[in-house]
Design a binder for this molecule. Structure first.
Ligand code: 3HC
Length: 283
């Protein structure tokens, strides 16, 4: 199936990035937010990120305008998903919230519509089972900043059918991303590998091995990472890192995923990284 029209539920950091790449690649987008103010804010962010690309001469002004013209905002989920080929959910990482969103989407969408979630850690199989179409349900996991990062982790739930996997893999390629198919286990591959590294970097601070900037320098200069793990943790959000570590810890029952007590304390204190202005660094 060719995806010509898609709805994205949620216009936050991931949601607006996903709208950006779909619209830039000729797919009409229905962007759904809780109210018009949030929808306008999401479009303003996309506008700014497209401007960056114009400044860097990656796209011209007319491509920017065409992209923005392909984005239509909605505050009513049922109306937004009624006639689309694909729905990508990008609301906060909360199972009950996602389940509620998918109940509405499942009822309003056409039978042929594929349902995808951008979840970074919630089980695809468990979410799929709350809908009437587990065969057409899949994980489409993007990375922040979405317009820049080349990966889409395509997560196959227990019942996801072959046609859905093929359509999402082809769609990711059309977005100029590299799809990698993985099975549905806690953290998939990306966060199962990334989060223990971030957690270990936090243990280095907790145990007084080094200062945050020194841990980050080691990983940047010694391992050629574009950002050190603590800078990256601030960028992702310390609450998100903690949630994902908890999913790994609960899912595998293995103490190697135990979140560092310092991470728990920082989240308790509301020091969540870039979004609150303070984490391992001041922003
Ligand atoms: N939209 C469009 N373009 C953007 C952008 C955005 N939101 N953000 C950055 N860019 C572009 C810049 O314009 C620049 O373009 P250029 O290469 O043509 O000059 C390029 O990206 C690099 O940006 P900057 O020059 O501003 O800054 P840096 O060189 O420091 O790069 C970075 C910034 C791309 C964020 C880089 O530091 C990086 O790759 N960091 C690692 C990010 C990462 O690991 N993300 C994954 C997080 S995990 C995740 O998302 C999964 C979840 O489940 C937790």
């Amino acid at each position: 199936m060719d995806i010509k029209k898609a709805a994205v539920i949620g216009g936050g950091t991931m949601g607006n990035g996903i709208c950006h790449v779909f619209a830039m690649n000729e797919i009409t987008i229905h962007l759904v937010e809780m109210n018009q103010e949030l929808a306008n804010k999401a479009v303003a962010t996309i506008d700014q990120n497209l401007d960056r690309m114009v400044t860097k001469e990656k796209i011209d002004e007319s491509k920017k305008e065409e992209t923005l013209d392909r984005i239509i905002t909605f505050t009513d989920t049922a109306e937004a998903v009624a006639k689309v080929d694909l729905v990508v959910e990008a609301v906060p990482e909360n199972f009950e919230l996602k389940k509620k969103v998918f109940a509405e989407v499942d009822q309003a969408a056409l039978d042929k519509t594929i349902l995808a979630t951008n979840t970074s850690s919630i089980s695809i199989t468990k979410l799929a089972a709350t809908t009437s179409r587990p065969g057409q349900f899949i994980g489409m996991h993007f990375f922040n900043p979405v317009p820049v990062m080349k990966l889409v982790e395509v997560v196959r739930g227990l019942d996801t059918n072959e046609e859905t996997v093929n359509t999402i893999t082809e769609t990711a390629r059309l977005l100029d991303k590299n799809p990698v198919e993985v099975a549905d286990y806690p953290g998939f591959v990306s966060n199962r590998v990334l989060m223990p590294m971030i957690n270990e970097a936090i243990y280095c601070i907790y145990e007084g091995v080094a200062e945050p900037q020194d841990v980050d320098q080691v990983m940047k200069l010694g391992m050629a990472h574009p950002m050190g793990p603590l800078r990256l943790a601030d960028f992702i959000g310390l609450d998100v890192c903690l949630d994902i570590l908890n999913v790994l810890h609960d899912g595998f029952k293995d103490p190697k995923y135990r979140p560092c007590p310092l991470l728990v304390k920082m989240v308790d204190a509301g020091k969540l990284g870039d979004k609150t202005g303070e984490g391992f660094y001041e922003h």
